[in-house]
Design a protein around this ligand. Structure first.
Ligand code: XMP
Length: 512
């Protein structure tokens, strides 16, 4: 679906780029992120009401630093540069950006010097969040300063036409008081973008769009019981009813009682589901394999085979519905980069070409929490919408070393305990993802005067907004203690539990 009348954020690599888009969508204005190098034609073809240049980690005066196309500045579209985005505008338009003698990271007081539509409704002094080592030392010709801070003489300014703005601070972060007001003044006030984007309108428009696209054909969907595939399946089923067949593959690498969640959803949302038991096939293919990438490839390939074999013969589907989300598709500088090649994420990506299926990805414009909101509007139970992400290759990439039936059984029990204790402690929802990893080492212990020599479990729990970056969760010690004690006391093959305190980066969330 191509949107008009929306806001385009050009990404220069800031960690806050997604946050800008989120803030604007929260105002009811659709917002899309594009990489900074998109051509002017591609940008203007979308007919945006306004363009925001994000922050970024580089210095605009470095050779090869990313800069906006000067033609963009000649279009009639209002532009707002944030932090690096402001510096890039200043650089391109003939001003000077230099290294600041005093870096500014954290809170600062903004002094508004001139009335301006961008700052409508703001007090003269506002607390803002800064994060920069460079600063604008001289404005381009014709520019006017609107605000300053103690160390930053041009904390906000605009060009001679009053259509191009720059702010050195970050209006998108919650620490900037009235930051949302500044973004609203720009998008709704200056750009006059309509505030008609809502989750309700998204749901009804998407259902209509799927119905038109699919016509009388059949659709197939791989249902895992996770949030994304569940919401996709229910949305598509609302559009095409019984023309949708869902396939649930039990690859033997799932958590305890995983298929119960799927059965529950299928009943509640009246989905037609084929349950395929394929544990034996996956496990025999994984025998003796310890390399993480090889495990991932085997599981991905086998999944495609099983899925292919399960296709209804008579009513052969023409479409494959997939729960791809926005962070998976944006060519964002901050989100792409090396991480795309660190792990080959397993999904049904190879299927469409091989089976001549056309893709339907109704969630590809949404962030994770927006998907949860769609799910809520569709009446999907909270127990499903609140679930932590679970990777396609399942427990196989949480068992370091060879995947065997007995190691799977051990990890399944331990995983259950971790989730159960976090839920009891009321922490499950605060945490992005929590799980256990079975290590390929044994350690010596003592239980009831007897020496033990058993496996070690690592607990991983992280907080995150999108899984791209993450921090280890500060779980209270008493909860960690309960988890460790219950694991060692009830799961026979484990005698030691350790807690992983690595953030991402430098670590990844999963161990393999
Ligand atoms: P990493 O380990 O790359 O994980 O920090 C980031 C997020 O992605 C999930 N993950 C996967 N999801 N197929 C998936 O569908 C995969 O192969 C896969 N590998 C990792 C991981 O659980 C975390 O939420």
């Amino acid at each position: 679906m191509i949107h008009h009348d929306h806001i385009v954020v050009l990404d220069f690599g800031s960690q806050y780029t997604q946050l800008i888009a989120r803030r604007i969508r929260e105002m009811g204005v659709y917002c899309e992120i594009l990489p900074y190098w998109k051509s002017i034609d591609e940008i203007t073809r979308r007919k945006p009401r306004g363009i925001i240049l994000s922050g970024g980690p580089r210095s605009v005066y470095e050779p090869g630093a990313p800069l906006p196309d000067p033609k963009l500045l000649e279009s009639n579209i209002p532009i707002l540069g944030i932090c690096y985005g402001m510096q890039a505008l200043v650089q391109v338009m003939g001003g000077t950006v230099a290294r600041a003698s005093q870096k500014e990271f954290g809170p600062s007081t903004l002094e508004v010097k001139r009335r301006n539509p961008l700052f409508r409704g703001l007090r003269r002094r506002a607390r803002v969040w800064m994060s920069h080592s460079d600063y604008v030392a001289r404005l381009p010709k014709g520019w006017t300063v609107i605000a300053r801070t103690e160390t930053c003489p041009f904390a906000a300014a605009h060009d001679a036409t009053g259509r191009i703005f720059g702010v050195q601070f970050h209006p998108e972060v919650s620490h900037t008081h009235s930051g949302t007001k500044v973004l609203r003044n720009f998008t709704v006030g200056i750009c006059r973008a309509p505030t008609t984007w809502s989750m309700e309108s998204f749901v009804s428009e998407t259902i209509r769009w799927i119905r038109e696209k699919v016509g009388e054909e059949n659709v197939i969907c791989a249902l895992s019981g996770g949030v994304d595939s569940s919401v996709t399946a229910v949305l598509v089923s609302r559009a095409v009813g019984k023309k949708l067949t869902c396939v649930f593959v039990d690859n033997g690498l799932l958590r305890k009682n995983e298929d119960e969640a799927v059965r529950f959803l299928a009943k509640k949302a009246r989905l037609k589901v084929r349950y395929i038991r394929a544990a034996g096939r996956f496990l025999s293919k994984l025998r003796g394999i310890t390399n993480p990438e090889v495990k991932r490839q085997i599981i991905g390939r086998e999944f495609i085979r099983v899925f292919e074999e399960s296709m209804p013969r008579k009513s052969r589907p023409k479409f494959l519905a997939q729960g791809t989300l926005y962070p998976d598709v944006i060519e964002s500088v901050s989100l792409r980069g090396p991480s795309a090649t660190i792990k080959s994420h397993h999904n049904v990506g190879g299927l469409p070409r091989r089976m001549k299926l056309r893709l339907i990805e109704p969630l590809r414009e949404l962030f994770k929490d927006e998907v949860r909101e769609v799910g809520r509007l569709l009446g999907i139970p909270k127990a499903i919408l609140g679930r932590h992400p679970f990777p396609g290759p399942g427990l196989a990439i949480r068992i370091i070393g060879e995947v065997t039936r007995s190691r799977l059984a051990t990890l399944r029990e331990v995983d259950w305990i971790v989730i159960d204790e976090l839920t009891r402690a009321g922490l499950y929802e605060e945490i992005w993802q929590a799980f256990a990893v079975l290590l390929p080492v044994r350690s010596v212990g003592v239980m009831g005067d007897r020496r033990t020599y058993e496996s070690v479990i690592a607990i991983r729990a992280v907080t995150s907004r999108d899984g791209m970056t993450a921090d280890w969760a500060r779980i209270p010690h008493n909860v960690l203690e309960r988890i460790a004690t219950r694991i060692v006391n009830t799961v026979g093959q484990v005698n030691r539990v350790v807690y992983d305190i690595t953030s991402k980066p430098p670590g990844t969330i999963e161990w393999e």
